[in-house]
Write a protein that binds this ligand. Sequence first.
Ligand SMILES: [Zn+2]
Length: 275
Amino acid sequence: MRILISADMEGATGVTWTADVVAQTEQWQRFRRLFTDDVNACVAGLAAGGATAVLVNEAHSAQRNLLLEDLDPRARLLTGRHKPLSMMQGVDSGIDGAVFLGYHAGAGEEGVLAHTYLENSVTGVWLDGVPASEGRLNAALAAEHGVPVLLVTGDDRTCADAADYAPGARTVAVKECVSRYAAVCAPPQVTGAMIRTAAEEAMNRAGRVPGNVTGHRVEVEFDATHLAAAAAVVPTVEQLGPRRVGFEAASMTLAMQAFKVVTAIAAAAVEGIYG
Ligand SMILES: [Zn+2]
């Protein structure tokens, strides 16, 4: 059984603050270790549950956060950015299950460091009319490839979100959200044991199912009008309102590629103080 771990950082043990996840800060150096501990706990659980190969795909920011030198030797690390399937690179390689580790709630929702791709500029994303976190988008991509989501970790809001988009998945809340920048956190000794146990048990659901390629509609709302106008320049993307764009795609893979272009162009259009 081959498993993919898509590893984001905002939902890692103890993370509650911008500096915790921004490269080169002292806090980031500290939380890289806790983030790596979460991953290792997951790898240990997956291996105990029967995984024979685990690929860890870095999914946060520049995607160079995990400490390779401390990684469980049973795993391999895909580190660095510019990957066609981004947070889900590797989902198309015949894997038997996916883990969303360190995930977070979506833009406009309550949750620690909640956002969808762009931290402030994107205020909401809808997939086929449903408010969509990164987890929901990535679960749809996994489903297209016949890959079950086995386990989702993050704050309690992330777990509630996952219960809706991947009802068969195990969830582990490593912290309880108090606000976007505050949480009641369990220490790594506790969260590590929780993640390890859940990962082992989640392997019960590993195994490919038939993939389901269908068309999808995505809408994205921004915090400023010029970002929607910039995104609407992308072919197939239509401006639906002053701050909202939408597009249709023939598959979830194509939808995610278009979404990536939309967010990249919007990010490039952000100006200093006025955003
Ligand atoms: Zn994220």
